[in-house]
Design a protein. Structure first.
Length: 431
């Protein structure tokens, strides 16, 4: 035990008691064992900066505990996080990608030996001269269902897991593209473009918009070569969503405007583009344009599910009434929160409970609408149930939605339910 541990433990205990919080309550918020927190407060164990960061957020210490930690121990974390929660049977692996294949480096998910055992026969065979057509067809038959499983996993799992899986599949399909011509190459390009578009979405969920745009542009280029005009246009819809999260409504609307007016575009794609157009117009405070786009989207919605010939699964697939959700959000943005809240209530309630990502994203929009009309009690109750989904999906865009809700909650800082939930929000935001 050193003076550093004693000083940090003393400050942590003093801040905790000043907030009227027990060790058990703090442990539940930051997800550390109560005994572990007790040992740190007694100076018997050295904390990591991650622990200090979580406690600072949970106790609303405004950086005081982080400052104490940095003064006592410096900013550099120890190589081994001694105060990390126990992990049972950790599994790690390393994935390496070339400079021409941007993604995540240094990921640790399974062992290197296990990775080679699973993927080696497929990936290494692509490097052999004269790779037979039958081998390439077999590879595509392997990658296609793996991609569908990965897409399904993306609805509820952290992008830290899903994004690397998408990159592995994209790399495998890339090998088929590079060794093929004619119909085989076109088939591989179509699969590769869909995988790249999905990787772009997962990159956005990781919080890297530059990487998201790279993979989305890559998807559009592959789709164009493969002859899938609908996917090329859908990539513009995806880029519009990235602009929306950047609060650039004019850019979002501009990216999809040509799709909404061009003849020959499938109704589903035109519907999705029109919804993005409406959201962009709402951000830009174009009331007339937004309402006109929403009316058009409602007219297109009935024909949207069967009109995309090559890519019927693009766009949200777990949201029964996306039109109502977008309409509700636009109405709140335009200053009609009561009307928007009523639209959101039934639409959000119809989302399957297993779709954590959609429930978290759109549930937070409903919470924001309730706060806008002053229904603080219901808003905090619903927010309490949503925090589990926020934690499960680990999404940068959803954390942004949560941050916006937290800003709204500051108006009711003295409300009992708000005071109880804001420390939990602070923990969710620093993950």
């Amino acid at each position: 035990m050193t003076s550093g541990e004693e000083d940090f433990g003393f400050r942590l205990r003093r801040v905790r008691l000043a907030k009227g919080m027990s060790q058990k309550s703090l442990a539940e918020i930051v997800r550390y064992d109560t005994g572990h927190i007790s040992r740190i407060e007694r100076g018997e164990r050295r904390p990591t900066r991650s622990f200090a960061l979580h406690c600072d957020g949970a106790l609303e210490a405004d950086g005081a505990l982080i400052s104490v930690y940095d003064d006592l121990f410096g900013r550099r974390e120890s190589t081994v996080a001694e105060d990390s929660p126990p992990v049972t049977n950790p599994i790690t692996w390393i994935m390496t990608l070339g400079a021409d294949f941007p993604g995540v480096s240094g990921l640790h998910l399974v062992s290197h030996r296990e990775l080679l055992g699973i993927l080696g026969p497929v990936v290494t065979s692509t490097a052999r001269a004269g790779w037979p057509v039958a081998g390439r067809e077999q590879a595509l038959r392997l990658w296609a269902p793996m991609f569908e499983l990965t897409r399904h996993l993306g609805r509820s799992a952290t992008p830290r897991l899903v994004f690397p899986l998408a990159l592995i599949i994209a790399r495998g399909v890339d090998q088929v593209v590079g060794h093929s011509t004619g119909r085989m190459r076109a088939k591989a390009l179509l699969l590769g473009s869909r995988v790249s578009e999905f990787a772009g979405w997962m990159a956005q969920e990781l919080g890297d918009d530059t990487l998201a745009l790279h993979w989305t542009d890559r998807a559009a280029a592959m789709a164009k070569e493969g002859g899938d005009r609908e996917l090329v246009d859908y990539c513009q819809v995806r880029k519009a969503l990235i602009a929306l999260y950047g609060r650039d409504g004019r850019m979002a609307a501009g990216l999809v405007e040509h799709i909404t007016v061009r003849g020959g575009t499938g109704s589903r794609l035109k519907w999705l583009a029109t919804l993005r157009m409406a959201q962009g117009q709402a951000l830009a405070a174009d009331v007339t344009g937004c309402r006109r786009s929403l009316e058009r989207a409602r007219a297109l919605a009935d024909f949207s599910l069967t009109s995309m010939t090559n890519t019927p699964d693009l766009g949200p697939s777990t949201v029964p009434d996306l039109t109502a959700i977008v309409t509700g959000g636009c109405l709140v943005e335009l200053g009609s929160p009561g009307e928007g809240m009523r639209m959101l209530e039934s639409a959000v309630g119809s989302i399957p409970s297993s779709s954590h990502r959609s429930r978290a994203r759109f549930g937070l929009k409903l919470v924001a609408a309730r706060l806008a009309v002053g229904d603080v009690g219901t808003a905090t109750e619903e927010l309490e149930t949503l925090l589990h989904s926020v934690d499960v999906v680990d999404s940068a865009t959803i954390r942004k939605e949560l941050h916006d809700v937290d800003v709204l909650l500051r108006r009711w800082a003295g409300h009992e339910s708000v005071a109880a939930i804001r420390p939990k929000i602070a923990v969710a935001l620093v993950r």
